[in-house]
Design a protein around this ligand. Sequence first.
Ligand code: LER
Ligand code: MN
Length: 278
Amino acid sequence: MTPSVSLSLFDAPEKAPVLFSDNIEKNIPHIAELGYRGVDLFVENPSAEVSIKAPALLEAYGLEVGVVMPAALAGKGLYFGDEDPSVRDQIVKESLPIIEYAAELGAMVSLGLVRGSMGKEDTPEKFMGRFSDSILRILPRAQELGVDLLIEPINRYEINTLNGSNEAYDFIEESGLPLYLMLDTFHMNIEDVSIDESFRYCRERVRHVHFLDSNRLAPGMGHLDMIGILKTLHEIGYTGHLCLEALPKPDFETCAQKGAEFFRKAAAAGVLGNKKRS
Ligand code: LER
Ligand code: MN
């Protein structure tokens, strides 16, 4: 498994779970120096100068990109399941360059906050129908470029669709859509009956993990059994990234260092398992 960390190419909102924001010339070398081997990239505009510069710099420092995070689209009020067809048209249009950017980086794309929430008059069937229709419009390009699209179940305080891991897995199976899962232990701790059982239930579809402690800080800073979770991930044959999509508390450097220290100890104890098979 590959220790990774969140990096925003733009100045991320204060409350975003992003440890490294902006200033890629300083941040990318520092992330590598701390021992991380990958990043999840928060991207606002794939044709911005910073987005054009980032891939070469990441490669120079040996950092893989796990997932391109399009949360900035949600920040602009764009959602795949929105009731307004013009909003759905707009997000479909704006997500295509993000998928193309992910393809250039060999990365996947997450479908988290960009799903949106059900309105007062909505039913889950109506909402998921609109969401699925939008996804069907971006899937051909994603499949053509070999970019996996990942549903991220997100806790009820942020969104009201697909909160639990098993619910998201069942949605994918029942819809027949070729989608995968990104599971985030912070959300799982709020929504799931058992983090370990959810990983086992969803094992066939898990492509990426956001690896956080109970308080959305580095493993070891909260009260989850993060070593136990690593053992479960190993048991189900997971070989992907473990991304520290953490809050910068008490400050980004302390949290990033504590995460790096956890991963060093886990590697030394032999519980990080194998790297992704290529
Ligand atoms: C994104 O990966 C996530 O976990 C959301 O909670 C962002 O707020
Ligand atoms: Mn997450």
